[in-house]
Design a protein around this ligand. Sequence first.
Ligand code: SF4
Length: 211
Amino acid sequence: MNAEKRYEIFSRLRDDNPNPTTELNYSSPFELLIAVLLSAQATDVGVNKATDKLYPVANTPQAIYDLGVDGLKEYIKTIGLFNSKAENTIKTCRILLDKHNGEVPQNRKDLEALPGVGRKTANVVLNTAFGQPTIAVDTHIFRVSNRTGIAKGKNVDEVEQKLLRHVPKEFKLDIHHWLILHGRYTCVARKPRCGSCIIEDLCEFKEKTEI
Ligand code: SF4
């Protein structure tokens, strides 16, 4: 795909949704970090249901640490992989308290050193909580990037590197959310809704649908 086409795609996504953001509920970097940590292999809606009950009771590293693993599980037991997520969350809170004065670090190295936090989670936190132009590639972004031809790659790392190279600076901060939302609601996994897609004429996918 050439640069002009990419530019037009990003412009249309921006016009359609000038201020995109995550669908996870949060009101601080710490709340976002924990929500993203809980969201692996779970839906944002499911995570929000749990954190809507958890955060009014405990929304700081100390308060969640004080709940303990079993106490935390009571709030997140409806979310997949909740056992390991509870353990990782408590360990993460301990490290934030011991090494970061209870604050969420604003750099990749320290974020990725937290239990349960990988590159994708770090990218989301750096981007959404701290306004850094990182691009977290999840299953939606991977699919949309490959189908459209914006950034083809065999794995998420390859797609991330291509996006970082090809997305113009003015779109970098928000591209993560535009592509996720596009993949979640239009370019869905089973049967993309090409007939109602705002970038249909620019997309290079060969098996477009009419719906
Ligand atoms: S035209 Fe179809 S395949 Fe291409 S981005 Fe839109 S929904 Fe996805």
